[in-house]
Design a protein around this ligand. Structure first.
Ligand SMILES: [Fe+2]
Ligand SMILES: [Fe+2]
Length: 316
């Protein structure tokens, strides 16, 4: 009996590992590397690829384009930008469902029931889909200098955001697959547009965008994921818990990418990073930050309490 349980959990682990491998382009078999983006063999630049991913309404297509661009970028065949006249869309391409509603219209359910767990996984899947588009939006919007006096960000900046986009597409795919295993699917429930809206005011200013997207919104994910994980483990759903472990590990890296480049931009502008962060957050983010904070994970990502404590409801 013990042996059967062990081999079942081993086979679930290996199924998850092979699902993860689909998002490691270096390890793909040759036939996967050859898949064309649209009618073309390749896009001309990273910016063009990011715009194609943003525009894709079909989510399989959005994921496919994301994986393909990541492979081409890492192969060194893409330049960063320079597509004349190409602009990212104001809103990303999305399927007809889920319907977007105000956050207050979304029901909260206990995750002790299967319906409640499905609602949670659906809500997180929607966040991950937004995160794919937000990563590509940073690439597309800031691939070329925004103003004549701006400078172009180094290639390693784009390495970071390509990795983020790829990992977000992995998170979304794993959750979408889990929803199907639980008898539902992405699009079966309503969702809200808060994340996309929160980011849009910073489309003209990369420093502000980094303050709001990775250092506020993604850092918030680090605060809430450990307690979600405990709740999922308590209702004995190891498959969903394994996905949350992957998300938690990867998200620390996303906040780290944000913190590294936020500090870089502050130093170039002669700003003290934590003071610069507080000014930008007060300008572009509504409301105080909610404690408790996961100081350990935030610090590991380079986001130390001096940045955010003064902005919390407790610190005011
Ligand atoms: Fe994610
Ligand atoms: Fe993320």
């Amino acid at each position: 009996m013990q042996q059967r349980i062990t081999s079942q959990s081993e086979s679930k682990q290996s199924a998850l590992a092979s699902a993860e491998q689909l998002f490691k382009p270096e390890e793909w078999p040759e036939h996967l590397r050859q898949l064309p983006i649209g009618q073309k063999k390749s896009v001309g630049s990273l910016k063009e690829g990011a715009i194609a991913a943003l525009r894709a309404e079909n989510l399989d297509r959005k994921i496919e384009i994301t994986r393909q661009i990541a492979f081409q970028w890492r192969s060194g065949v893409l330049g960063v930008g320079g597509v004349v006249g190409a602009r990212p869309p104001d809103r990303p391409g999305r399927p007809a469902k889920p319907k977007l509603v105000p956050p207050r219209n979304l029901k909260k359910r206990s995750i002790r029931s299967q319906r409640g767990r499905i609602a949670l996984l659906h809500a997180i899947a929607h966040i991950e889909l937004n995160a794919i588009d937000l990563a590509w939006d940073i690439v597309a919007r800031f691939a070329d200098p925004v103003t004549k006096t701006d400078y172009r960000m180094p290639r390693s900046f784009f390495d970071g955001w390509v990795r983020v986009a790829l990992e977000e597409s992995k998170h979304f795919s794993l959750l979408r697959q889990r929803l199907v295993q639980l008898g539902s699917h992405y699009g079966a429930l309503d969702a809200h547009d808060g994340l996309w809206e929160a980011a849009q005011a910073t489309g003209h200013d990369l420093t502000a965008r980094l303050a709001i997207v990775p250092l506020i919104l993604e850092a918030r994910g680090l605060d809430i994921t450990p307690s979600l994980l405990r709740q999922i483990e308590a209702v004995d759903d190891p498959e969903s818990a394994a996905i949350f472990h992957i998300i938690y590990r990867d998200e620390m890296g996303h906040v780290a990418v944000g913190a590294k480049w936020f500090r870089y931009l502050c130093l170039r502008q002669g700003l003290e990073p934590s003071a610069g962060f507080q000014t930008l957050v007060r300008k572009y983010f509504r409301g105080p930050l909610k404690p408790p904070f996961n100081d350990f994970a935030r610090c590991r990502a380079g986001l130390t309490p001096g940045f955010y404590r003064a902005l919390s409801s407790a610190g005011r």
